[in-house]
Design a protein around this ligand. Structure first.
Ligand SMILES: NC(=O)c1ccc[n+]([C@@H]2O[C@H](COP(=O)([O-])OP(=O)(O)OC[C@H]3O[C@@H](n4cnc5c(N)ncnc54)[C@H](OP(=O)(O)O)[C@@H]3O)[C@@H](O)[C@H]2O)c1
Length: 403
């Protein structure tokens, strides 16, 4: 019987438990009436918050990924049976631990790559929030999932094969909507985008964007990096690349539409013209719970849509001129190979520079484009190559900022 259907609690390792997705995941676990158990939690710097979570949940493992921050923390309140592990390698060890059934990959950025790959190698279920894994290493992940001993159709999995279930709300919506037809009947998938805080802003206004304005998202409450990515629409660009690898679709079958209400989370258009969409309130606890409990649907803590209110569902085409990140996303999804890793690292470094006041909002995408164009593309990279390119692209952004 599938692990998710058995009576014993499903052991969940929440990597990045102190972040926005991580904290939402712990709410889902708390509300699960014992069917989900936090076996491990991790953080990088917010160790007070991590220790508070440990006191409440008494997980088997607490992982502090930054050794220096871990050494400076007192750790006076850890529960007796909780083991403290230090350093990023501990994530990989715990990902393969027998008590862990599911790894919720909620670390931000390329720092989440190795532990996600380790969980897939250990044939665990990965509830994937860390889209950077697929953006950077989509071809490698695809190869892992397509191995005969693995399973690309999660519905066939029985706990002995790797499963990759999306947590990103758009990909969760597509994953759910794909169940209504065969792969060969899919005309295209359509990712919805809120358009971010600057959807209606002119080029002149975009040139004046401040850090605080970029950090204020109209519909979603998220960590700072993805909030800036939503404002530049780089988040949607990364999601196009994520979808290309997750669903193994050619880029021509992926579209983006602006839907400001964030009620439709994404859609699948079938060859007969029918469109199947998944709707819900903008609450990440929904796709998190879906990924953890899949294939079951159970009552949970997420808000419900208020049907006593009037709702509008508006759609408008995405503006590739004002938001040039989108074009980069489609280019990288089409090119594959090393391009996603370069775009991802360049963008992470550029966003960091923007948040530190070193780069203007409208310089983020041109900086990424110039690094992307300068890189030596390889269609079949190894993991070592991708890691090296990640380092190179960050350095290049630093040089670009200083020039
Ligand atoms: N937030 C959303 O609604 C949302 C929606 C869809 C997808 N996602 C994706 O989910 C992931 C997490 O996003 P988030 O918004 O939850 O980010 P976040 O709030 O910034 O949290 C990031 C988590 O990662 C940890 N972390 C940061 N740097 C690390 C490192 N170098 N090594 C190990 N751990 C590190 C953080 O620890 P500290 O707290 O100690 O810094 C924190 O636990 C991202 O990939 C994002 O694209 C998020």
């Amino acid at each position: 019987m599938a692990a998710s259907l058995s009576d014993s609690p499903r052991g969940v390792a929440v990597f990045g438990s102190t972040g926005s997705i991580g904290r939402n995941a712990l709410e889902v676990i708390r509300a699960s009436r014992g069917r989900l158990r936090a076996v491990a939690i991790s953080a990088h710097h917010r160790l007070d918050r991590l220790e508070e979570q440990a006191q409440e949940l008494a997980p088997r493992f607490v992982i502090a990924t930054d050794p220096q921050a871990a050494a400076e923390h007192a750790w006076s309140g850890l529960p007796k049976n909780t083991e403290l592990l230090v350093g990023p390698e501990a994530l990989e060890r715990v990902a393969a631990d027998a008590e862990v059934d599911t790894v919720l990959a909620a670390i931000v950025g390329s720092a989440g790559l190795h532990s996600t790959l380790a969980a897939l190698r250990a044939k665990k279920r990965v509830a994937l929030a860390n889209k950077e894994t697929l953006v950077m290493a989509g071809p490698l992940v695809r190869r892992m999932l397509d191995q005969p001993t693995s399973c690309k159709n999660a519905a066939l999995a029985n706990g002995k094969v790797a499963e990759l279930i999306p947590v990103d709300s758009e990909h969760s919506a597509i994953f759910q909507s794909l169940g209504c037809g065969k792969g060969s009947e899919v005309e295209r998938i359509v990712l919805t985008a809120s358009g971010g805080p600057f959807r209606t802003w002119s080029r002149e206004q975009l040139a004046q964007v401040t850090i605080d304005e970029a950090l204020a998202h109209p519909t979603w409450d998220m960590g700072p990096k993805i909030t800036i990515d939503s404002a530049t629409m780089m988040n949607k660009a990364l999601e196009v690349i994520e979808a290309r690898w997750l669903f193994d679709l050619p880029v021509e079958k992926i579209g983006v539409v602006i839907h400001p209400q964030s009620t439709i989370h994404s859609m699948v258009e079938y060859v007969d013209g029918s469109i199947v969409a998944q709707l819900g309130p903008p609450d990440m606890r929904l796709p998190i719970q879906y990924a953890l409990d899949y294939p079951q649907r159970l009552p949970g803590p997420a808000e419900k849509l208020d049907w006593t209110r009037r709702h509008h569902l508006d759609f408008e085409p995405a503006d590739f001129d004002r938001f040039p990140a989108l074009e980069l996303g489609f280019q990288c999804a089409g090119a594959g190979g090393t391009s996603g890793a370069v775009l991802n690292a360049a963008n992470e470094a550029a966003v960091q520079s923007f948040l530190e006041g070193e780069l203007h909002f409208t310089e983020i995408v041109p900086a990424c484009r110039s690094i992307l164009e300068a890189h030596d593309h390889d269609a079949n990279p190894t993991l070592d190559q991708l890691v090296e390119l990640d380092r190179w692209a960050r350095e290049e952004i630093h040089t670009w900022v200083c020039a």
